[in-house]
Write a protein that binds this ligand. Structure first.
Ligand code: F6P
Length: 738
């Protein structure tokens, strides 16, 4: 609507300027015409009066002169006639003259001095008048001047009338145009388009289960309406048949998992039970820039993996609000429906104070538990104050969850990650009927490594409040069971993989997380365009790395291996370019900010050693990129490097494989990432072995197309079988069936 009004106003300004131009033109022509008319008529009148009056002036017959002037003034409707002698004295004038004519002297004097007609427009008594003076003669001598004064006010009156008429016309026209455009836009364009958009939106919506409504007729958009009606009808039919097929496939073990199948499956097993997901990181972060609110999806494997599940369940996701515009878009219960463009579930935001963020998130979670669970040789820091705040933030989330589920019977609660190790127990103690799962997205170390944590017993006890504890790999499950066996008094059943503590049994199971699989080959990427975007002039091979800037990702090791590649194989100079996408992460923690500077320094050092002719070996993109931008980079790269020193799963490796619908490209994958258990056709490396890593890059770049396709096909098959819908279904099934 705003745009329509702006368009109409712009149009009206143009119309107004055109009308003003023509009115100006018309009024100047009118003024010209009226002035010429008046001058011509006055000249004729003055000449005829001069002829009559001159003989009497010669003989100074004042009586007769007065008679002629009065009669002339009356007959010819001239305002005033004045006769001067050659000394500028008035000899006679119209009897009815009541004008102050003192300032016409110059014109009169001029006519006699120059012996010719003198005329001008001047103001007399505030009125515009035309004064015309011509000399009178006796033989060759000037004996006086005859002056006619005409009222010229009618010229201004006429011009005002022209302006008034045109402006009234403009006002009427503008109003009519404004209303006409507004009504046309609203009824002929806006409303029908709104109907069409609504039809497309409803067709696109997952939950749209009713046949599409008939779109109202509109003569302008008839062909478009016809097409969209067909399209939404076909989509509806396709969705219905996919639904039927999904229902039919629910129980078939070997049929592929799809979004639709998960939706049907979840509906069936949940049987109207409510699902709650709890995580620290929220799936949508709202920010404000130059007064405009927008949102982005954070770089988080957890978010990528959990969203399809909660979309299928249509439940509530409770997470920390972290965007500077997050509070501006939620309702009074701190809730917002998301995804913002196609709402499917509710996001409830929890607000933390700066102190809570510092001690619970940066402190205990990321300076304590993160390095404790990742064997990347960064020493964990356990501060008593951080632990206290960690406990109180878990308590804060527990009371929010308990409040949300207070009227809900047997809610299903799925807790994410190491930020909430105490939450399962806190909820279970108040609500034993709640079915609680916790999924640990990072590795679980061996008992010796975990044993250094001063709060290990409370953490294990907190987690064992859950009915189901999930890890990415069997090794992490084993480590957890062993740790619990050492640290707690609990009954361990290694046949069923359960731990029973105080009569409550927890199942420990591996669920290798994944992403959505796509076979859609339509997504084409133009390599030249990508190279242009990256400002790469020319390169034969391209490599890609995508990681949060985290010391567990082995980014520095990767850079050194790339340097070695150039050292050992100089032919790659000008021919191999490595693109590293690394959005900053947890920068307030010293090891992370140090890592940022180290990575940047390494990139600059290697670039300055090897760059030449406008080419440089490493393009470093240290900012957030969305999924589509990253997928484009995956599709044009010859090799993807995942060199984690330790990683729960690592979804970048899976994203690269899913993006390669062309079945080309080589994945180099760390043996310390959970994904290496599934993606066995990657080149598996030890990131600490720089020689091996560097040689693997060379091997990948030299791999034949045939070999690439063979490996990529097998990896894609593995992911097709084990995608995120399969993961979600098996996690939910295991939790609900307990
Ligand atoms: O993958 C492990 C994980 O902790 C996720 O749970 C988390 O979303 C991701 O790393 C990113 O970390 P953060 O949420 O601290 O930015």
């Amino acid at each position: 609507m705003k745009q329509t009004i702006i368009t109409i106003l712009a149009f009206l300004i143009i119309v107004t300027l055109v009308v003003l131009f023509f009115t100006l033109n018309q009024s100047s022509r009118e003024e010209q015409r009226l002035t010429t008319d008046l001058q011509y008529r006055t000249t004729l009148l003055a000449d005829s009066l001069k002829e009559k009056i001159n003989p009497y002036v010669i003989y100074n017959n004042k009586e007769q002169i007065q008679v002629i002037i009065d009669q002339f003034t009356e007959d010819k409707r001239v305002t005033t006639v004045v006769l001067y002698d050659n000394k500028d004295n008035i000899v006679a004038s119209s009897s009815a003259v009541n004008l102050d004519i003192t300032n016409i002297d110059t014109i009169v004097t001029n006519s006699m001095d120059e012996d010719k007609v003198s005329a001008d427009f001047i103001k007399l008594d505030g009125k515009k008048s035309y004064v015309f003076s011509l000399p009178l003669h006796k033989d060759t001598n000037i004996i006086g001047s005859l002056t006619l004064i005409q009222n010229a006010g009618f010229i201004d009156d006429r011009l005002s009338e022209v302006w008034k008429n045109n402006l009234i016309r403009l006002g009427v026209q503008a109003t009519i145009i404004f209303l006409a455009i507004l009504l046309t836009v609203r009824f002929i364009i806006y409303l029908p388009i709104k109907d069409l958009v609504e039809t497309i939106r409803r067709s696109r919506m997952h939950e749209e289960n009713t046949p599409p409504k008939k779109i109202p007729e509109n003569f302008i958009f008839r062909p478009l309406i016809k097409e969209i009606s067909h399209f939404s009808k076909n989509l509806y039919e396709a969705r219905m048949s996919a639904k039927e097929e999904a229902k039919f496939n629910i129980e078939k073990i070997d049929s592929p998992w799809t979004e639709q199948r998960l939706y049907e499956y979840v509906k069936k097993i949940l049987n109207n039970r409510n699902v709650f997901v709890i995580s620290n990181r929220e799936p949508y972060i709202h920010t404000k820039k130059s007064g405009k609110i927008s949102y982005f999806i954070p770089a988080s494997g957890m978010v990528t993996a959990i969203e399809p599940m909660i979309e299928a369940c249509g439940g509530t996701w409770i997470a920390t609000g972290s965007g500077d515009a997050d509070r501006l878009v939620v309702d009074k219960n701190n809730k917002i429906k998301v995804p913002p463009d196609d709402p499917k579930y509710v996001l409830k935001r929890v607000w933390l104070t700066k102190e809570e963020e510092k001690r619970y998130y940066y402190g205990f979670s990321n300076e304590g538990l993160w390095p404790l669970c990742h064997m990347a040789h960064t020493r964990p820091i356990f501060r008593e104050e951080d632990w206290e705040v960690y406990k109180s933030v878990n308590g804060k989330f527990a009371s929010i969850v308990l409040n949300e589920i207070k009227n809900i019977e047997k809610p299903v609660i799925i807790i994410q990650d190491y930020h909430f190790s105490l939450l399962p127990r806190m909820i279970k103690d108040s609500r034993p009927d709640a079915q609680i799962g916790i999924f640990w997205h990072i590795p679980w170390p061996n008992p010796e490594a975990f044993g250094i944590c001063p709060f290990r017993k409370e953490i294990l006890d907190g987690m064992l409040g859950a009915d189901l504890i999930g890890f990415h790999t069997q090794l992490h499950c084993n480590n957890f069971i062993e740790t619990a066996g050492r640290e707690l008094e609990a009954l361990i059943d290694l046949e069923q993989f359960t731990i029973t503590k105080n009569t409550h049994k927890s199942y420990i199971k591996p669920f290798p997380i994944s992403i959505a699989f796509s076979d859609n080959k339509d997504k084409k990427t133009n390599p030249e365009e990508i190279l242009r975007k990256l400002d790469i002039k020319k390169t034969k091979y391209m490599g890609i790395g995508v990681d949060r800037l985290d010391y567990t990702k082995g980014i520095l090791e990767r850079l050194i291996a790339i340097e070695q590649l150039f050292k050992n194989n100089p032919t790659y100079k000008n021919n191999f370019t490595f693109v590293q996408v690394a959005p900053p992460s947890r920068s307030q923690i010293t090891v992370y900010s140090n890592l940022e500077s180290q990575v940047e320094a390494e990139v600059n050092r290697i670039n300055s050693l090897y760059k030449s002719n406008g080419w440089k070996p490493i393009i470093y993109l240290n900012k957030h990129h969305n999924h589509e931008e990253i997928n484009e980079l995956y599709r044009v790269s010859n090799v993807c490097l995942v060199t984690s020193l330790h990683d729960g799963m690592n979804l970048v490796s899976k994203e690269f494989v899913v993006a390669r619908t062309d079945e080309k490209g080589v994945l180099i994958l760390s043996k310390f990432a959970g994904a290496s258990r599934e993606l066995k056709d990657a080149i598996i490396i030890n990131p600490y072995d720089i020689n091996q890593l560097s040689e693997s890059i060379h091997k990948a770049l030299q791999m034949s197309n045939l070999e690439q396709t063979k490996r990529m096909k097998r990896m894609r098959d593995a992911l097709k079988r084990n995608d995120i819908y399969h993961w979600s279904a098996s996690l939910l099934k295991n939790l609900i069936n307990l």
